[in-house]
Design a protein around this ligand. Sequence first.
Ligand code: CAA
Length: 284
Amino acid sequence: MSKQNESNEVATSVERTPAALDQTSTAQQAPVLIARHGPISLMRLNRPKQLNALNDALMDCLGEALIEADKDPAVMVIIITGSDKAFAAGADIDAMKHYDFVDVYKNEYISRNWETIRKVRKPVIAAVAGFALGGGCELAMMCDMVFAADNAKFGQPEIKLAVIPGAGGTQRLTRLAGKAKAMDMVLTGKMIGAEQALADGLISRVYPLADLMPQTLSVANDMAKLSLPSLMAAKESINRAFEVPLSEGLLFERRNFHALFGTADQKEGMQAFLEKRSPSFTHR
Ligand code: CAA
């Protein structure tokens, strides 16, 4: 088992590759390394020589790992991260350079495997250090929470390659940062640092690089003590805000709020508060 870049991870973590890659790759070569930290599944993008450029093998592997973790009753929170130098420097330009329209159209390039993350119902946190460019920035924005190291650089430089963002950049960035900032980033291809990304609403926390993983694991551990149905309902309700008008979103939220009164965890959470003790949730 590889322990590359894992110095701050707990001794009990087990790193492995998704089943599909076990036959063909060693853990070192696998495009995604997966480690379990109790209730947290930590997925590390692992193409260091290409600054974690996102090719089909990596995105297939990540998609498979995400679905597996979402199904696993012992997993509460998922973290996606990269290296200290790059979360991901975008879609793999070397792979894309020969694609023509019929290739990408017939193969559903991006839609086929990048969007698997949209099916995940548990919370997904992106822990971003270094470059998060193009598809890397888009992958981070697909996650539910984005925490960044102070060396992080975000950008949508596709325009310099004579294309445009193709994994949601024009849509998610616009919703997060607004038209003015999205236009400025997408039409110039400029990079912004972590503090600017925080100010622009792309991310919610910035940590010194050395603290990024310990702090992200700590937040994920705190979330893992909460009730899973309420985490899932909260995520679902916030995501709904991007899809529907306010009146429909409020109705959706109210229905989810009402539904949670049907859980044992709601009784336990409120009883524990009144008894001044920590709740013991069963996720039922
Ligand atoms: N695809 C393929 N290879 C990449 C890559 C990418 N997106 N980004 C970096 N690499 C490779 C480089 O080709 C280089 O390989 P070699 O060592 O074999 O030459 C290696 O990673 C290291 O990169 P650099 O030498 O360029 O490192 P640097 O520190 O000088 O620069 C960088 C870092 C600014 C991130 C620069 O690599 C860069 O600009 N990368 C491309 C960023 C980009 O344009 N991303 C958008 C891709 S398109 C996209 O993502 C479409 C979409 O929306 C889905």
